[in-house]
Ligand binder design. Structure first.
Ligand SMILES: Nc1ncnc2c1ncn2[C@@H]1O[C@H](COP(=O)(O)OP(=O)(O)OP(=O)(O)O)[C@@H](O)[C@H]1O
Length: 360
């Protein structure tokens, strides 16, 4: 674990003292252009729409949610790779959302990204040595090429001979190791891994996740791990945040969230994961999601999830947006009726056998 950052006057409001990254009220809206010449803004895709999030130093926060809910945009906005419409991102007490020019460039040294598809994110015409030394040159850092490249390859479990090879000469898992080595080149403190194993064969996924964990322990890194796969997130995360249509709807320590998911959306995600024991599998709660993710260009009023929620109650759910509130220590949920649902006073609307068959 890395040392907790010193708190400062510029820390995000309400941030825990050991937060390395704090996001407050973050919005990323992409304009939709229309009109005869396409020059007029006629709407906005609300990809991220008011997110508060803290990542504690030396820990791993998993961010899950279905495709299109805004996970990647949130990660990119934290690194200032997507434009921020509103809100702040603090890194170790500095509001990086307010930085520009040289200060912003310098801050990037501390925060790096590992991408989903290593083949697409590595330049096929560059040798591994060039790929790994480019970030150092861009930041004008003095280094001994052979030593630094050798160290980086060693850290990710590749032989020194890999330095003179090109990305296509490696397997998918090895290429992701190169992507990780590139992210480590500038000795960052924070890494965002966006679907780091979803492009890899299942057989090598665990190896890459184990490598990320080992590096975290050795180097005291802090991670935000983005994935749609709950098993991947559980494997690497101390805490998990669940995202739905641009907002965080539940956040808790990993074991708490997996043992007792509280938000109806999280419960439905969990109930979709098969359990190997057939008896448990047959007996357990199954909450089927109704319909598709609504468009972030036209999100529903009230609770964003109400159009698909099997526990939806009249009036309040479709008119009042629930806040993310701490229900139990460290466990935050955004649902008006979470207590009643947890106590079994509100049950999921019954689905008929035909409904279940139609949605299977
Ligand atoms: N540059 C952009 N311009 C317009 N809309 C965008 C842009 N980038 C993302 N979006 C939209 O924002 C929404 C969120 O996308 P995002 O990629 O962040 O979701 P995601 O949860 O990471 O999904 P996936 O796992 O499929 O990448 C989507 O509706 C997407 O189409």
């Amino acid at each position: 674990m890395s040392a907790a950052p010193s708190s400062s006057d510029t820390d995000a409001p309400g941030a825990p003292s050991d937060a390395l990254v704090s996001v407050r009220g973050l919005k990323v809206h992409f304009p939709i252009k229309g009109g005869v010449f396409g020059g007029r803004t006629v709407g906005a895709v609300r990809a991220v729409d008011g997110v508060d999030l803290d990542v504690r130093a030396g820990t791993s926060l998993g961010l899950v949610g279905e495709s299109g809910c805004g996970k990647s945009t949130l990660g990119r906005a934290v690194l200032r790779l997507s434009p921020i419409t509103a809100g702040t991102v603090h890194f170790d007490g500095t509001d990086v959302s307010a930085l520009s020019g040289e200060q912003l460039r310098a801050s990037r040294k501390d925060m790096q990204m590992v991408f989903q598809d290593p083949l697409a994110s590595l330049n096929p015409r560059q040798s591994v040595e060039t790929i790994l030394t480019e970030p150092l040159k861009a930041h004008k850092i003095d280094f001994d090429k052979r030593t630094r490249v050798g160290e980086l390859l060693d850290q990710v479990g590749l032989p020194g001979s890999a330095a003179q090879k090109y990305p296509h000469e490696f397997s998918g898992g090895q290429r992701q190791r190169i992507g990780i080595a590139r992210a480590l080149a500038l000795e960052p403190r924070f890494i965002i891994a966006d679907e780091p194993v979803s492009a890899l064969d299942v057989s090598v996924q665990a190896q890459v996740l184990n490598l990320l964990e080992e590096l975290q322990q050795q180097l005291g890194l802090t991670y935000l791990v983005i994935a749609h796969d709950l098993a991947v997130v559980r494997h690497v995360s101390d805490e998990v945040a669940v995202m739905y249509l641009g907002s965080i709807i539940e956040q808790a320590e990993s074991d708490d969230l997996y043992d007792e998911p509280l938000h109806p959306y999280t419960r439905s995600l969990m109930s979709a994961v098969p359990v190997p024991d057939p008896e448990i599998e047959d007996a357990r709660e199954r909450i089927l999601l109704q319909g598709d993710l609504p468009s972030p260009a036209d999100p529903p009023a009230g609770c964003r999830f109400h159009t698909r929620c099997p526990f939806k109650q009249p009036t309040r759910c479709d008119s009042e947006r629930p806040e993310l509130l701490e229900l139990r220590p460290g466990h935050r949920v955004a649902c008006h009726y979470v207590e009643e649902i947890a106590r079994g006073e509100i049950t999921a609307h019954q689905l008929t056998a035909e409904d279940v068959a139609a949605r299977a």
